[in-house]
Design a protein around this ligand. Sequence first.
Ligand code: NDP
Length: 450
Amino acid sequence: MSEYIEKVLKKIKERDLNEPEFLQAVEEVLKTIKPVIEKHPEYESLAILERMTEPERIITFRVPWVDDNGKINVNRGYRIQFNGLIGPYKGGLRFDPSVNQSIMKFLGFEQIFKNALTGLPIGGAKGGSDFDPKHKSDMEIMRFCQSFMTELQRHIGPDVDVPAGDIGVGAREIGYLYGQYRRIKDRYDGGVLTGKGLEYGGSLARTEATGYGLIYFMREMLKANGNQSLEGKTVTISGSGNVAIYACEKAQMLGAKVVAMSDSNGCIYDENGIDLLTIKHIKEVERGRIKDYLKYHQNAKYIERTSDDSPIWEIKTDIALPCATQNEVTLNSAKKLVENGVIAIGEGANMPCEIAATEYFLEKGVLVAPAKAANAGGVATSAIEMSQNSMRYYLSFEQVDNMLEAIMVNIFKSTQEACKTYNLANNYVAGANIAAFTKLAKAMIAQGII
Ligand code: NDP
């Protein structure tokens, strides 16, 4: 590591000691951009790294709401506007009890890089709340969303900051959030949120975008490494939410056999290949648990999760797609996957692999499609949704999907290009970080000391 990088990391570690996820995200990026820092000694005098790792603004707020029993609850809301260098702040909202400032900052930091890679004019942000949407009635979800938006609306706008969904925030929540925003502002600002319903300004293919994009990226990566394809490959996918479901759909469309999916309680294994219609029914209609799959497919197996190491990574597979949450692939899990012959990892979730796990994969020659590049299809399609809202015009599913595919191919190319320029072979983790960082550093220099 260069002296400058070490100095910056040390300072962040001292200052943000109690933010482990944020430190992890920063460390992962800074470690990989060493060749760029060495090539550009002027970055130190311009304090590029110090400025890149400090959010432009952190907003926290109280979210009071009344549950169905008349009890008053208070949650904490966040919006971290990390960096608006190349466009309006953009990034999802997460509703999950684990949400805290460290997780919000790590996600906001990653989002700047991811958004830069899309080639579209969007800055990086993240937000959410420690509210747990599980086991809440529709009316409770609505009251929470309304209270959350009553404060958030002061800080967002179609040209200012454009939130979207993330864990725990899907079409239902976006609808309630948008309704409250519109009620307060009393004007049409369609582009203020993305992931909207199709009836009121949403984009076709936004629901599918992150999962489909992940598979487009995987397809390019396999092609570039021995002209391989997804056809006939075995795939395991963690999670059974938005990203996991549509990654499964596209992988199956390209001829792969998906044999396992999961939720936070455990995973199902179906050696005949997962029946995605059943998963969609359980998760999108019943809002049930993955275990319910056994009610419809008695031949499948359910494995309960009993430790930090998710049982899904013990299943033999060619391709593993972590699509649930951060740090879900531990070093132990990585070892198990390698032992079972995995050839590629595609990160659908943000920072799903511990740093040691990623390093282990790379050391063992396993291809890694890093989250910032591989799951950027969601935010890219959100930007396409914003464009449609501005144009007051809708594109067809096919048009949006073609644009998404072209963007993912381009992201892979710029990642590969950075790998070539800096002699990184097929270390796409470093390649993606460098491609994004280089663009952001140039924009930062051009805009002066801000
Ligand atoms: P969803 O809420 O739709 O689904 C999340 C899935 O992950 C659920 O199956 C959930 O299971 C599981 N999960 C959540 N927490 C844990 C945990 N601690 N351990 C194991 N499983 C867990 O979220 P998304 O699909 O939208 O997001 C998944 C990941 O993808 C996140 O990392 C998100 O940041 C990232 N991402 C999402 C994008 C999008 O467009 N939606 C874009 C880019 C990245 P359970 O129901 O049991 O909680």
